[in-house]
Design a protein around this ligand. Sequence first.
Ligand SMILES: Cc1ncc(COP(=O)(O)O)c(C=O)c1O
Length: 396
Amino acid sequence: MAPGPVEELIPSHRTLLGPGPSDVDPRVLRAMSTPILGYLDPEFIQIMDGVAEMLREVFGTADAFTLPVSGTGSAGMEAALANLLEPGDKAVVVENGYFGLRLSEIASRHGAEVITVPVEWGQTASPEAVEAELKKHSNVKLLAAVHAETSTGVLQPLKDLAKLAHDNDALFLADTVTSLGGSPINFDEIDIDFAYSATQKCLGSPPGMAPVAIGHRALEVIKNRKEKPRSWYLDLGLLLQYWAGGTRVYHHTAPMSNIYALRESLRLVLEEGLENRFARHRKNGRALRAGLEALGLKLLVPEDRCTYQMTSVFVPDGIEDAPLRHRLLDEYKIEIGGGLGQFGGKMWRIGLMGESSTAPNVLALLSALETLLPQSGFEVAGGAGVAAASKSLAAD
Ligand SMILES: Cc1ncc(COP(=O)(O)O)c(C=O)c1O
């Protein structure tokens, strides 16, 4: 029997408080439903230029090349490594969490000799440990680190690392997937050579694009490669012929709807103002931290090295990770994330990113936890989480 017509898709409404994707503003969703233009339509080229310009502002750079690579954050990561490294090149990678490990894995797949600086999860890398590796190995071409480690919620200071890289004639690559739009990047001031990000976190767009910023030193390296990058799709030399310059050359069909969405989300970011946006992420993140602690839960990362947009909290003893998250999703329509890698089953990851970073979301989650935790056997002082968060919000 022939199957009946498939029903129209109407996904359930969720509040996305996981490690990304985050909630998307209706303006961004509306932008995605506007007409498709050709990939070389002069009107579309103007839209691309506007997006590149707004990305410069958000990355904090006056003149780096910016473009959104087609693909999720991992495409940005792979584009960086495929273009900056050649087989046999040495790369020092700070492994301070799950995404540091991914950097190493991708760099080695592109033929690099990877030297790792292992860091206990939840800690930041010490500049001394990084310097030791840079000094031990001659001719290191690249130092790479994750700015906001989504697996732990640690914010790695970048300034010392960038300086160390340059003092040792290496490039500095920063993963800003979870920081862009939520914490200052200051690409020029920190002197980053290459940063990549993703649209679905603090920028508040759907997943699908990986904004990158390419500084002049990195561009020279890309232009003067001995051999072509092993990825054609992510060849930034080719992509820049489409994204920059007087005459644009087709490379691949740009995902227009995602670019429209990114454009609208960047407009929202700049309308709010970067400083206001960072302050909002800080305020709501602090309130969440205060509320969780008032419930007797243990945070992984102290405030002096935390990202306010991603908070890791230990699953309390006696509580099973997944069933509680499922109840949050089924009964309260709130998504939070589980632990990654070595933290699987042990950690909850709560994101307050972009549009999801609101006081009502903080209070709703804490209120839900105040109901669910005691039902699962973990006693909490009723109302303590919401009260502590409200106090923090009022004080901030
Ligand atoms: C720090 C970091 N880097 C890279 C990635 C990979 O991004 P995507 O999942 O969009 O490919 C993520 C995703 O969560 C991330 O948090």
